[in-house]
Write a protein that binds this ligand. Structure first.
Ligand SMILES: *Cc1c(COP(=O)(O)O)cnc(C)c1O
Length: 419
């Protein structure tokens, strides 16, 4: 008699269907370990194999075009679907409680595929005025070049957001907490506003992660993650994922994702899947370390201001408590002379890496100069937008992605580099 998991794996391996029934109702850490993973029925290997094959042996009835592809078809070609990638999609879908998911080569591949699938010439989108830099840049230049209207707005300001919506608005795109300000947006309120206007809501939840928020349960239509960050968690694989309903994502996969081709390597999918096994545990440790360091920095004589959603001094602490179950591991702080301090950090830090990116087990710090960023990525148009930027960032901020090292060692490393 074949074991329970081997039967599921046999069912899974033959079709790209996601058998989410296997983990529904289980706890977060159990899902992180087991969702999408089944022993290999032929070898009985307990850990997942990596299927690197780009093509799959077909039968004579298999069609040649993606148009005829159905969800129940066997795997044909890895750009269309691959068992290892599908296992990762199932795992993240289980964590987000999403009906389905599509993995991509990077977070930007996920975000750009969503925008190019949803928006046609003559349409309009409302986008957070402060967001991941590459997202800010494509919506400043590339998307408007296709005769698609874009309005940038501070999405934490619900009145400004309401005023930005037009009759042809198809999508509202937010990040909460947003990169790099750690400013929050009320997901449920914006979902309601989007749906009243006949638009969809997309939430980049990379900073929050599913340990903090599940935007789909608050009414969002799409969730985007850069899996390069907390989900992968170890700084060794780029990846992105888009989650939502089958009604939205099945046509998106067929019409746009497969054709644009921003497919994740099965090797990266496997690395990220391995990283996710410890994801809920890591998020608790990230939060604990970040809170300790945020409190210490608040007391430091050189530090003018610390922004962390888990501190009562965060300007939106009430919303943070209502919306986030975990405050994640990213904080920002300001000092008097940021550029000079950046030089000191780059030269003197011994544990924390002076490097971009975030969400790794290793702590990372980087200086973000307000003048530079506003010149390149963010073109804040109104005095009110500028005011909100200043409330969070002033002249510039250090973004510290607090890793999983011992907090006392991280504090000592920061302090020796700040004297
Ligand atoms: C890193 C990041 C992205 C882009 O992800 P890549 O994997 O680098 O393409 C998008 N959004 C946020 C909030 C990010 O931090």
């Amino acid at each position: 008699m074949q074991s329970f998991y081997c039967r599921i794996m046999e069912e899974f391996i033959m079709t790209p269907n996601i058998p989410t029934h296997a983990v529904a109702g289980l706890g977060e850490q159990t899902k992180a370990i087991h969702a999408g993973e089944y022993p290999d029925p032929s070898t009985r290997a307990s850990s997942p194999n990596i299927v690197m094959s780009t093509t799959f042996v077909s039968d004579a009835e298999t069609g040649f075009s993606v148009e005829g592809l159905s969800e129940n078809d066997p795997f044909i070609y890895t750009r269309w679907g691959n068992p290892t990638i599908r296992q990762l999609e199932e795992k993240v879908a289980a964590l987000e409680e999403a009906e389905t998911a599509i993995a991509f080569a990077s977070g930007m591949a996920a975000a750009s595929t969503l925008l190019f699938h949803t928006l046609k010439a003559g349409d309009h989108a409302v986008v957070s005025d402060v967001a991941y830099a590459a997202l800010a840049e494509i919506t400043n230049e590339m998307v408007p070049g296709l005769h698609i209207g874009i309005t940038k707005v501070d999405t934490s300001d619900l009145d400004a957001l309401r005023a930005a919506i037009q009759a042809n608005t198809r999508i509202i795109y937010i990040e909460t907490p947003c990169n790099p300000l750690l400013r929050l947006t009320d997901i449920a309120a914006v979902a309601d506003m989007a749906h009243r206007a006949g638009a969809k809501l997309a939430v980049d939840s990379t900073f929050a992660t599913p340990a903090a928020t599940r935007p789909l349960l608050s009414g969002a239509d799409f969730v985007i993650h850069s899996m390069t960050k907390y989900l992968g968690g170890h700084g060794d694989a780029l990846g992105g994922i888009l989650l939502g309903s089958k009604a939205d994502l099945t046509p998106l996969r067929k019409k746009t994702a497969i054709r644009m081709g921003g497919v994740i390597s099965p090797f990266n999918a496997w690395l990220i899947m391995r990283g996710i096994a410890t994801f809920p545990l890591r998020m608790r440790a990230h939060q604990e370390n970040a809170l300790q360091i945020a409190r210490r920095l608040e007391q430091h004589p050189e530090v003018k201001r610390v922004i962390y959603p888990g501190l009562p001094s965060h300007p939106q602490y009430e919303l943070a408590q209502r919306q986030m179950k975990n405050f994640s591991g990213i904080l920002t702080f300001q000092v008097e002379n940021g550029k000079e301090q950046a030089r000191k950090f780059a030269e003197r830090l011994q544990i924390i890496h002076y490097a971009v990116s975030l969400g790794h087990h290793r702590s990372l710090i980087f200086y973000l100069d307000s003048k530079d960023l506003q010149h390149t990525s963010f073109q804040l148009a109104t005095p009110r937008q500028q005011e909100s930027w200043n409330a969070f960032a002033g002249e510039g901020i250090f973004r510290l992605s607090v890793g999983l090292e011992d907090a006392a060692d991280l504090i000592a490393d920061l302090e020796q580099a700040m004297t």
